[in-house]
Structures are given as C-alpha cells and as structure tokens.
Design a protein around this ligand. Structure first.
Ligand code: PRP
Length: 226
C-alpha cells in the first residue's frame, strides 16, 4: 500500500500553480480545489493530504515533518534557513531579490555609510550586507509595503522582491543591486525522503517529467512563431 503524502502549499498564487502542475503530472488534486476555508484537505483515495499554510510557515511544517513535501518560494527558503531538501526548481513565481532605492543612488550604494535597510527579509538582508559585502548596516524589519520606507525617510534603501518592477517604477525607485533569482521550489522533509521514498520519488519524477514536457512544448511554440 502506498503512503499518505502530506503536501504543504503556500496559500495564494503559488498554491494554484502547484496544483495545476501536480494535476498535469497525474495526481488528483480535486480535494485541494475545494472552495472552502478548511485548512486540511484530504483525498484518501489519491493518497494526498494538502495543508494550506502561510508561505513563511511552509518550510517549518516540512522541517518538522508535519508535512512531507512543500511548495514555497526561494525567498522564503533563504529567509527561513530550514533543514530540508530542496529538490526541484519549478520555475514559476519568478522574480528577483534586490536592493532597491531612489534612482539617485544608482551606482552610489557603497558610498553611504551606516545605511538603514528596511525589509520583510531581515536574514537575507543581514547575510547579503554583512556576509557578502562585509558591510555593517542597520536593518529595520517591516511586514509589507516596504517601498514606503525610502519615500518617507525611514531607511535609505530596501531589500525586497521585484517581479514586474511596477511597484518600484510607480514610486520613483529602482533596482540598485540584484541579490538572488527567486522562483517556486519543491522541498522535502529529510526523514520522509527515506521513509516514504516509495511514494515521494515517483511523485518527484512525475513533476520533473511534466516540467520538461512543458518546457519542450514552449520551445516548440516559440520556434513556430518566429
Ligand atoms: C511584493 C513585493 C513588492 C511587489 C513587487 O509585495 O514586496 O512590493 O510585490 O512586485 P512588482 O515588481 O510586480 O510590482 P506584495 O504584493 O506581496 O505586498 P506587500 O508589499 O504587502 O508585501
């Protein structure tokens, strides 16, 4: 008999795309599509249980084994620094983690001493400035609308994700430095990977095969349109 697999999804856009991919890979996800406020959605026949979590908590559920598998952004993984296996780059949810600030600071970031940096990602910010750049900065933790900070004089710059760049543009800000490329990742609990290998490995293979198929199809469509 195959194991029941618990999958932690990040509530929101990533969850829908993860479910689309799982379904295209041959897994029945109708239980998780239910429009309700239930946070645990189980399909005994399909052998799948979904938990709908806040994105920042997905790595926690997976590290402790409350979930076997998770789908979460690389930004959250970098920030949380949990003990788990990161096994597949799903390539959707693509964006960049950047240092952003007023356009007037372009190329001049290193000239400002003792900078204040506002971010929802204090660990990524610390590791970038203190680890990579060997520079000490004051980190101000915010919980959203981080672009406000340089506009209102709370901080000189911010560390945040940039997707389309629209939020920056509409607030007169720009990317000053790129820290990392971000996209959705599949993560697996370290014990589950061994104990439930019989169910988890075929699922990972099916996801990889489906991703390769989608990529191939996209290439073919692009070639046909040129
Ligand atoms: C995220 C991020 C930026 C914005 C980037 O914010 O923190 O503010 O999206 O996207 P863009 O480059 O396409 O404009 P989110 O919408 O998650 O809200 P928040 O600011 O409240 O965190």
């Amino acid at each position: 008999m195959s194991d029941m697999i618990t999958i932690a999804l990040s509530k929101g856009r990533l969850a829908d795309q993860a479910l689309d991919l799982l379904e295209a890979s041959g897994y029945d996800c109708s239980a998780a599509r239910e429009k309700s406020r239930r946070l645990i959605l189980e399909d005994e026949k399909a052998g799948l249980r979904f938990i709908m979590a806040k994105p920042a908590d997905v790595p926690t559920y997976v590290e402790y084994g409350a979930a076997d598998i998770g789908v979460v952004g690389k930004d959250t993984l970098l920030e949380e620094g949990r003990q788990l296996y990161e096994v597949i780059d799903l390539e959707f949810g693509a964006c960049q983690m950047c240092v952003c600030g007023p356009v007037s600071l372009k190329g001049k970031l290193d000239q400002i001493p003792n900078k204040r940096v506002a971010s929802k990602y204090p660990n990524i910010t610390r590791s970038y400035f203190e680890g990579t750049k060997r520079e000490s900065v004051e980190i101000i933790k915010l919980n959203g609308s981080v672009e406000l900070a340089p506009l209102i004089g709370l901080a000189e710059v911010i560390v945040d994700i940039v997707e389309s760049g629209r939020t920056l543009r509409e607030n007169g800000l720009d990317v000053l430095e790129v820290i990392a490329d971000i996209s959705a990742r599949v993560i697996v609990n370290r014990v589950s990977m061994k104990m439930k290998a019989q169910s988890i490995l075929p699922m990972l293979d099916a996801l990889r095969a489906q991703l390769a198929k989608q990529k191939e199809q996209k290439c073919r469509e692009e070639a046909a349109s040129t």
